[in-house]
Design a protein around this ligand. Structure first.
Ligand SMILES: [Zn+2]
Length: 227
């Protein structure tokens, strides 16, 4: 799916909630990071190994169990804890999401790398930039890798993440979406769930069809979203 041939970008739909996990990394060194590993860790590791990739990091968009594993509605979902028992990588989480991640996954502080907006991580010869995009959760973050954006539950092709959950903040979501709108139109948007008629789209396409990106004043937004 990527025309940026030096990049590895693989979109993997997994689990009963239409989640997307991603592998992002460097084609030349075959080093990859996995974004939001959950639901079936063995299947994800088999895919990494079959492609002869070297897993070097786990990147966390936010702490909800359908993205990182943990207990959810009485069920136990596989995720970071099972991954890190098998591969010794760190989970890169926004600093204000770290406690939430620890709580739902049971990971310890030494398993985590706390990051802030603007921090960068190098995977082989590819740079990942962390963008703090609060709203769905306090420490939601997106990952910008060249001209792709992995957006978690902040931005979907036809919508945005829920802001009526514990820890959600409608006003913060408004500002996060305005910020993402400033990215170039040819940026490829890679959302956290397969909720649209297509699995990915450019920011230009997304801006033209996503109502939530076309509300440009906070009062209108608050009337629509609450808060
Ligand atoms: Zn979520």
């Amino acid at each position: 799916m990527s025309e940026q041939s030096e990049l590895i970008v693989e979109q993997i739909q997994i689990g009963p909630m239409a989640n997307f996990t991603y592998l992002v990394g460097s084609r030349s060194t075959r080093e990859v990071a996995i974004v939001d590993p959950a639901w079936d860790i063995d299947a994800l590791l088999e895919r990494i190994d079959a492609a002869d990739y070297k897993l070097t990091a786990a990147l966390v968009t936010h702490y909800h169990p359908d993205h990182v594993g943990g207990s959810f509605g009485g069920n136990s979902i596989e995720g970071l804890a099972q991954l890190m028992a098998k591969r010794g990588v760190k989970a890169y989480v926004h600093k204000s999401e770290a406690e939430g991640v620890r709580k739902v996954t049971g990971l310890s502080e030494s398993d985590l790398a706390r990051v802030d907006s603007g921090d960068r991580l190098t995977i082989g010869d590819v740079e990942v930039e962390f963008l703090h995009t609060p709203g769905h959760t306090p420490g939601s973050q997106c990952f910008r890798i060249k001209n792709t954006l992995v957006s978690g539950d902040t931005l979907f092709i036809n919508g945005c993440g829920r802001v009526d959950l514990p820890g959600s903040d409608p006003e913060a979501m408004y500002h996060s979406l305005r910020h993402l709108c400033s990215l170039p139109d040819d940026t490829l948007l890679l959302p956290g769930h397969n909720y649209a008629h297509v699995p990915n789209a450019t920011m230009g396409e997304t801006k033209s069809q996503n109502t939530y990106l076309n509300i440009r004043d906070l009062d209108t937004w608050k009337n629509l979203m609450g808060g």
